[in-house]
Design a binder for this molecule. Structure first.
Ligand SMILES: [Zn+2]
Length: 311
């Protein structure tokens, strides 16, 4: 039998996800929730575990026809109950001169520091009561502990600074009186930057919540991708996190499509904490209603891999 046939023979029967993952308890980390999964590809297979901290979570295992079935692959094969002596030696050795296809997707983890204009100040030190009140209402008071900025020459605006490794690398400026267009929202951010993306590599947390809005991300101390469509580089970076990812898409079906697609492709959780309650149109509404803790609890309680959005 070929290597692929041998691998097929040891994968437990049963639970197959819509994307073709054969899910079962990972034999490496003592998992009992079916977090291990094999995906058969065109010319090989991938194994990964969705249990944060498992060695197969930190680094996928894979093999493709032509490549060498090395020590790591053999270890896994035995862990799965296979016997390496059953494997065809020729295939195990791989083709001479075989080169694994390269992953050419770059990640962006360094950004230039942005020099802020001298007249910007901390909003809470200013006397702009209108903007302060607006934000207090909008965030149920949560915003008070954050470094929102204020530009005295633009009195109806507040500024959310984008920080990375404790440096400011950009900002978004929001005019609370403008309904739409350039005036409502403008700013600067390095391409590929996600608000709060340092947190992808935080240790000690179980979940990483991913939202769209940088203000929501700042409130929830999480990651805001600033768009409803993620780039390949952003997806790759999120995949490098050891936390379990929970994506919170917009309530609008069309707007949510990008988040839903990426979550399904990567077997991440989705959460629409507003879906069962008509009062909540988006995550901002949930924060406004119940504050931060309420919102985080609700996001986690509603997490699912089969999201059905309201109309
Ligand atoms: Zn595992």
């Amino acid at each position: 039998m070929s290597i692929i046939d041998e691998v097929r023979a040891i994968v437990p029967r049963g639970n197959i996800s819509g994307q073709g993952w054969h899910n079962f308890n990972c034999p490496s980390c003592g998992d009992s929730r079916g977090r291990g999964g094999v995906l058969f590809t065109e010319d090989g297979f991938i194994y990964r575990c969705f249990d944060g901290g498992c060695t197969y979570n930190l680094r996928n295992l894979g093999w493709r026809k032509g490549g060498c079935f090395g020590r790591r692959q053999k270890e896994w094969f035995q862990l799965m109950g296979g016997d390496v002596r059953d494997l065809p030696i020729k295939e195990v050795q791989g083709d001479k001169g075989y080169q694994a296809p390269k992953d050419n997707i770059p990640t962006f983890t360094e950004f230039k520091t942005f020099s802020m204009p001298d007249n910007w100040q901390i909003l809470w030190d200013s006397d702009n009561e209108d903007v302060k009140q607006y934000l207090m209402d909008k965030t149920n008071g949560a915003v008070q502990s954050s470094n929102i900025l204020y530009d005295p020459s633009d009195p109806s605006c507040y500024i959310v600074p984008f920080t990375h490794k404790k440096e400011v690398v950009g900002y978004v400026k929001r005019d609370i009186t403008a309904r739409k267009g350039e005036k409502r929202m403008n700013g600067y951010a390095p391409p590929q930057y996600m608000a709060g993306q340092d947190r992808i590599f935080d240790k000690g947390y179980k979940y990483l919540i991913v939202v769209e809005s940088p203000l929501d991300a700042m409130m929830l101390k999480t990651v805001g991708v600033r768009s409803n469509v993620l780039t390949k580089s952003q997806v790759k970076l999120l995949r490098m996190s050891r936390m379990t990812i929970v994506m919170v898409p917009d309530y609008n079906r069309k707007e949510a499509a990008g988040f839903i697609k990426v979550a399904q492709e990567n077997d991440w959780y989705l959460s629409a904490p507003f879906s069962k309650d008509i009062r909540f149109k988006d995550i901002g509404d949930v924060i406004k209603y119940g504050g931060m803790l309420f919102t985080i609890e609700r996001i986690l309680a509603e997490r699912t891999k089969r999201l059905v959005l309201m109309k």
